[in-house]
Design a protein. Structure first.
Length: 196
């Protein structure tokens, strides 16, 4: 059974969908949910679902990212994860940490990569007049939002959309895409999945 650690910084709706999917004949189980925000809603939801949680606050480490990441690895060790899923984790990880988990870390990003790496993806898609938007699950590499694509989900941009209304539509697609890609990845299937 593959042990999956899930990293969150916020409400954790993707984390909930991942945890809900890892039941029955699924070849993986969540072993811990970790956040850099001790008051993250995602930690509360994980505990309600019976998943162990950890909070590793990044602030005391200031600009010393490697020290923060050493604390992440130390906190994770007792749970012995085989795989990390970043699900709304808002700390950029250094090459040192990422290379330590090479091929064993996934991320979901709310755009159709390689378009709109980084932040404010929905506002940028609307500003550009795009007719469709979406989300991407990719393997994490040292270059931000750049690793091999494992899946993408497309949604239409509707007349009158705001960044918030578009984000809500994309989030619904994220909740379908991430669990589907996680299962394929754990089963060894790395060819990209395209939704709908
Ligand atoms: C999602 O839109 C994800 O793509 C982005 O951060 C958001 C997290 O949402 N990286 P949630 O915490 O999973 O609800």
């Amino acid at each position: 059974m593959t042990r999956v650690a899930i990293f969150v910084s916020g409400g954790g709706s993707n984390m909930v969908k991942l945890v809900e999917s890892m039941t029955g004949d699924h070849p993986a189980r969540p072993c811990v949910v970790l956040s850099n925000q001790a008051d993250a809603g995602g930690l509360v939801r994980a505990r309600e679902m019976g998943v162990p949680t950890i909070a590793v606050d990044h602030k005391p480490f200031g600009k010393d990212r490697p020290a923060f990441e050493d604390a992440l690895n130390a906190a994770l060790a007792p749970y012995a994860p085989d795989l990390i899923c970043l699900a709304g984790f808002m700390r950029v990880l250094t090459a040192g940490f990422v290379n330590g988990w090479a091929g064993k870390m996934l991320n979901i990003h709310p755009s159709l990569l390689p378009k709109y790496t980084g932040l404010h993806t929905h506002a940028r898609a609307l500003e550009a007049g795009d007719t469709e938007a979406g989300c991407t699950v990719h393997e994490v590499t040292p270059v931000l939002d750049d690793g091999p694509i494992l899946g993408q989900g497309r949604v239409p941009v509707e007349p009158g959309d705001t960044p918030d209304t578009l984000a809500a539509r994309v989030l619904t697609m994220e909740h379908r895409l991430y669990p589907a890609v996680l299962r394929r990845f754990v089963e060894g299937e790395k060819s990209p999945l395209f939704l709908p």
